[in-house]
Design a protein. Structure first.
Lengths: 252, 388
């Protein structure tokens, strides 16, 4: 029997709508949980004193970025055919994100209640190593930017990689983030590494609100490459993001 | 000997809480503590559930776990913690805390400490309020090997639980090596251990706390907000099942060990009678005397206020406190108070007849017929009805 093209089209449309609704529900649940968890930590007793106004402001800015990302994602899911926003992320934005996380990590390293509240206990921040909480090597190909259809996605993915490294890294060690050009300047490689903990009792496999799931979902949507590996006692998360000349991208 | 026995094969606390997140322990301990306060506020006697609780902390090893463990032990003077401590962070911190408390206790108020701020403040407070209890004797370690396999963890838990005990476990114990692929494996193993040990298992998820218990109605559900209801249920169960607190004296060579914080009930009498020479246990209003040094066929149940009961209690108390024994003149006084007709010599003869070997009860001749005491190597256990 040959199916009625109209019926088939209706069925396909319905299926697409259901898939979109499912994806939307999954994303909103994951991101909302992350936002709520962060707000909960911010409002917990002692957090304001531990963070101080400067770090608090940086955290609020990061939360704002996440909310923007959420909004952009929903717009993209609602209307698959719409022209995606043509944002571009340059080295200043990435440097700012790294500074924000460095400030946050420094504050959390000083506060046991915050590490517990954030579920970052027994990670790299639990044993002080001088002033260093994150080693950064940034060698950005001159004049290039990352095209990004989802504003906030670069900061979000980088942040999740860094949080993962401090949570699961060996106490007393410092995670390293290396950002450099790759493929003759047509791509940007972001490598986040941490030393692994010893012992049979592991840190929780799944994190608090599915951060790694979100990273994978965003990367798939944006056609970024994500690789995770573990060797010689080190855990490595590598991201490969496309780079373009700024004149081919829209306003950031 | 008894300490080793307790550590290796008997759980000293009848409520065993298994969690893989330190902050979940905070919530549970708060709920257990609240329960005691509520009971107290309503005119009832304080029932300290945390003193009946042992935590099995699977939050990984590290400095933050050490701080958590120290804070729990400091805030709850009766609590016992079993921790996985691969790097030795917990033991190191606990030693430092006990040493700092000793310094403060000696009056060295200006002692400087490298302890984390929140820990140091709690130590000072506990010492000032005179409720500091050493942390180290209440800290035990979970061996790495038992966390690697289902069988190992099951055997380990089975050794810790006693019939009637309660295990409260997170539904997903994700930090266990054998549960990496399936976090539910942890609670499956806990249920097997509970079944094997005739204990009761309660499972905690993010939304519910509910009993997996063949004796209880499994349809009942508890929202996390109502964790205090769970605590109340558990308290009632423990109050019935473990009504006594054990005071015991056992000797290991020159070392005399006194234990006074082990909770037991009637079902524990068989093993106590194997482990101790003399066991005194409540039997309604009466006192039941048993133990491996007591004639196996003798059923010694004594009424309150009788000279024989007084003599047994004082003999055991003196043994626990390493005292001089009971004077014959004391026995005469008890006989007079009870308006009895027997003599002190008859009471002593009755006591002596209770033993398999009469030489257990020593006579130290002095003026006024001297004193009587149990032989120095006699191990004793006194089960006291506990209210607190």
């Amino acid at each position: 029997m040959v199916p009625d093209p109209h019926e088939l089209s209706q069925l396909t449309k319905e299926h697409d709508q259901n898939s979109r609704r499912d994806e939307r529900a999954r994303l909103s649940s994951l991101i909302a949980h992350g936002l709520l968890a962060s707000l909960h930590v911010l409002s917990s007793p002692g957090s304001q004193a531990a963070f101080g106004s400067e770090v608090g402001t940086r955290i609020l800015r990061m939360l704002n970025n996440r909310a923007e990302l959420l909004s952009a994602l929903f717009r993209a899911l609602d209307d698959q055919d719409a022209e995606p926003p043509n944002a571009a992320v340059g080295p200043e934005r990435v440097r700012e994100t790294l500074d924000n996380y460095t400030a946050l990590f420094s504050a959390v390293a000083q506060s046991f209640p915050l590490r517990k509240e954030l579920d970052w206990t027994n990670g790299t921040l639990s044993r002080p190593t001088g002033d260093d909480v994150l080693k950064v090597a940034l060698d950005w190909p001159s004049g290039a930017v990352i095209p990004c259809a989802l504003p906030g996605a670069v900061g979000f993915v980088l942040g999740e990689a860094l949080i993962n490294a401090v949570r699961h890294g060996k106490p007393g060690t410092v995670p390293q983030v290396t950002i450099r050009g790759a493929h003759s300047g047509s791509a940007l490689e972001v490598v986040v590494q941490n030393e692994c903990k010893d012992g049979v009792v592991r840190t929780k496999a799944s994190d608090h609100y599915g951060g790694s799931q979100l990273v994978d979902m965003l990367a798939e949507r944006l056609r970024w490459r994500v690789e995770r590996s573990q060797a010689d006692g080190r855990y490595t998360l590598s991201l490969l993001l496309p780079l373009i000349e700024p004149q081919t991208a829209g306003a950031a | 000997m008894i300490a080793e026995l307790m550590r290796s094969s008997r759980m000293t606390r009848p409520l065993l809480v298994i969690e893989d997140r330190a902050r979940h322990f905070d919530q549970i301990l708060e709920a257990l503590d609240d329960l005691g306060r509520v009971a107290s506020a309503h005119g009832g006697s304080r029932y300290d559930l945390t003193a009946r609780t042992a935590l099995i902390c699977l939050d990984g090893s590290g400095g933050d776990t050490a701080i958590s463990v120290a804070l729990w032990l400091l805030a709850h003077p009766g609590l016992v913690v079993w921790a996985y401590d691969k790097e030795g962070d917990v033991l190191r911190l606990v030693d430092e805390v006990d040493a700092f408390a000793a310094q403060i206790g000696r009056g060295e108020r200006s002692a400087v400490t490298a302890l984390p701020q929140e820990v140091g403040a709690l130590v000072r407070d506990a010492v000032d309020k005179r409720h500091y209890r050493l942390l180290k004797p209440r800290l035990h370690f979970v061996a790495e090997a038992v966390l690697k396999t289902n069988d190992g963890f099951r055997d380990y838990l089975s050794r810790l639980v006693r019939p009637g005990a309660v295990i409260l476990s997170d539904v997903e114990l994700e930090t266990l090596e054998f549960a990496q692929r399936d976090p539910l494996q942890g609670v499956v193993v806990a249920s097997q251990a509970a079944s094997r040990g005739r204990a009761h298992l309660w499972i905690m998820s993010n939304r519910n706390i509910f009993p997996l218990d063949f004796e209880l109605d499994t349809e009942r559900r508890y929202s996390k907000r109502n964790v205090d209801r769970m605590a109340r249920e558990v308290a009632e169960r423990l109050r019935i099942r473990f009504p006594w607190r054990l005071r015991a004296r056992a000797s290991t060579g020159a070392l005399i060990e006194i234990h006074d914080d082990v909770f037991v009930g009637p079902d524990d009498l068989p093993w106590l009678n194997v482990e101790f020479d003399v066991v005194l246990a409540p039997d309604g209003d009466n006192l039941h005397v048993s133990g491996r040094a007591i004639q196996p066929d003798a059923r010694i149940v004594l009424k309150p206020g009788t000279p024989t009961l007084n003599a047994w209690e004082e003999l055991v108390r003196e043994q626990l406190e390493d005292g001089d024994g009971i004077a014959a003149t004391d026995i005469d006084e008890w006989i007079q108070e009870a308006r009895g007709t027997r003599t002190a010599a008859q009471v002593i003869a009755k006591l002596r007849d209770s033993f398999v070997k009469a030489s257990r009860l020593k006579h130290i001749p002095e003026a006024n017929a001297g004193t009587y005491k149990l032989g120095g190597d006699t191990t004793v256990a006194w089960l006291l009805a506990n209210q607190g």
